[in-house]
Ligand binder design. Structure first.
Ligand SMILES: C[S@@+](CC[C@H](N)C(=O)[O-])C[C@H]1O[C@@H](n2cnc3c(N)ncnc32)[C@H](O)[C@@H]1O
Length: 492
């Protein structure tokens, strides 16, 4: 029934409408429209309980426009709705509206309550067929106008990273992107759960030696056995990898962290051969005042104070995909450092030169030419530099990468494994038999260590090349999957 000329002061929003759609009331365009052609559709209302006053079920934005345009009266369409069905009416009237993620979730909650708890035979004619079949989620998706999959994604995001909903509302991230982040986080969390993976956590068999323990004590390795160490110690206060007390990285103060990492580096000094080479990949952290703590350099200075290490190079690696930085007051961090460290001035190292971009050459870098050292390395005129970007990483890693035949398939996620091209580039610098001067008879006599091994990417590379490999990690889930994979590879 149409009621003419109802005074605006006798109309008010239904409280449920405000609850669902608050913050989702952009009216500029609509107001312009009403100004030009007037109100085409009357507001839909129910009786409020007080004489001559009504609650709006549909037309809240129009009502707001009328108020702003100083209308005094308007026509309304009075309908009768059972109290219980009001949520369905309000949401149905809004099904075509562009909605924020938080608004959609409020609609989902209300409709779930409506369909899952109230009376059997709903007044929802359109979707009754599906309701009878019991497919309530499909009904809800039709009612609010989004795909079923989006409903479960939104609910997952709310339960795992609710702060991402605001980013979706601000169009900074899509629902699917946020959902991927949440799934990743769940998988990472699983890797922290003790005994998430079944299996052996220690093994010393053939060419692979993996131990679930802190690398502060690597007594399984005889002194000076190791030819190369490639490692990425935990960064300070970046994340938790297990709930074990011997894990490094979450010490209360940075001095304890540096001291713990340097205890491992002392053990590295003991196990590294005189001609051995060590690459230590380190990251920095900001303190609570927003100042960089200079951690990589503090560690290397402390290492050299404790043991007579030689620091040969500081390699600056450009991150190919730096995490987008939301901080607006400083530059995004887009590089990391790798320290190249030895015990003496005579060490095993592949000195090779690469072809500069301007050199006229059609042979791919990794094939080399007749005057090259090996089928793998090029023989250009340019020395390798200590700044590596993606092109350089590709050139250096190719000799190793090309020989990798197996692909790891783990059912576990490590939050920050060694980037593949970086670890393979570092390995290419020490892999024997790639250059005439760095030769070895039996590749298994070359021992490679990663003392913070995680998912052991570099150890798999070395193993596939025939090296003997050693890995230590405090998280048993990682050592278990790594051992399984080595066992599989050893049978291939
Ligand atoms: C940055 S991640 C290294 C990732 C590894 N390079 C890879 O490619 O997967 C650091 C690793 O150190 C391990 N870790 C932490 N404290 C340790 C300790 N005291 N001894 C050995 N490993 C430790 C963590 O569990 C984590 O897997």
């Amino acid at each position: 029934m149409i009621i003419r000329n109802v005074t605006l002061s006798n109309l008010s929003s239904h409280p449920l409408n405000d609850e669902i759609y608050m913050g989702n009331m952009d009216i500029d365009d609509l107001m312009e429209n009403i100004k030009q052609i007037g109100l085409l559709e009357p507001l839909v209302v129910i009786k409020s309980g007080k004489p001559k006053s009504y609650l709006i079920l549909s037309g809240h934005r129009r009502f707001l426009c009328l108020q702003k345009l100083n209308y005094e009266k308007t026509d309304v369409k009075l309908i009768e709705v059972e109290e219980e069905d009001i949520p369905l009416f309000i949401i149905s009237y809004n099904s075509t509206r562009l909605k924020k993620a938080t608004t959609l979730l409020r609609e989902i909650d209300i409709l779930e309550k409506y369909y899952y708890t109230s009376k059997e035979n709903k007044n929802d004619v359109v979707t009754n067929a599906e309701l009878i079949k019991g497919d309530k989620r499909k009904v809800i998706s039709k009612r609010i106008g989004i795909a079923e999959g989006q409903i479960s994604k939104l609910k997952t995001i709310r339960s795992i990273r609710p702060e991402l909903l605001e980013k979706i509302d601000l169009d900074e991230i899509s629902i699917s992107q946020a959902h991927i982040l949440c799934k990743r986080e769940t998988q990472e969390d699983q890797s922290i759960t003790p005994n998430f993976i079944r299996g052996k956590k220690n093994t010393s068999k053939g060419r692979f030696n993996i131990f679930c323990k802190s690398s502060v004590d690597m007594s399984e390795i005889p002194s000076e056995q190791i030819n190369a160490i490639i490692c990425s110690p935990v960064f300070y206060r970046h994340r938790i990898y297990s709930k074990k007390s011997n894990e490094h990285g979450n010490e209360k103060n940075v001095e304890d962290y540096i001291s713990n990492v340097c205890d491992v580096m002392d053990e590295c000094f003991r196990v590294l051969s005189k001609s051995g080479v060590m690459f230590v990949h380190l990251g920095n952290t900001y303190d609570k005042n927003g100042s960089l703590m200079n951690i990589p350099h503090k560690i290397v200075i402390e290492m050299m104070k404790r043991k007579p290490f030689l620091l040969i190079n500081e390699i600056c690696v450009r991150k190919v995909n730096p995490i987008p930085n939301s901080v607006k007051t400083r530059l995004s961090t887009s590089h990391e450092v790798v320290f190249f460290i030895t015990k003496s001035r005579k060490y095993n190292f592949n000195h090779f030169r690469i072809k500069s971009k301007t050199e006229n050459n059609s042979t791919p870098y990794h094939r080399g030419n007749q005057s090259g050292y090996s089928p793998y390395l090029s023989d250009g005129k340019k020395n390798l530099q200590d700044y590596w970007d993606s092109e350089m990483l590709d050139i250096i890693s190719t000799p190793v990468a090309n020989q990798i035949k197996s692909k790891k398939q783990f059912n576990i996620l490590h939050p920050c494994p060694f980037p593949e091209d970086l670890r393979r580039s570092l390995l290419a610098l020490v892999t024997p038999n790639l250059t005439p001067t760095n030769r070895i008879k039996n590749m298994s006599d070359f021992h490679l260590l990663d003392c913070y091994s995680g998912l052991s990417g570099v150890l798999f590379d070395g193993y596939t090349l025939g090296m003997s490999v050693w890995g230590y990690d405090t998280n048993s889930n990682y050592t278990k999957v790594v051992i399984k994979e080595f066992e599989r590879l050893s049978k291939v």
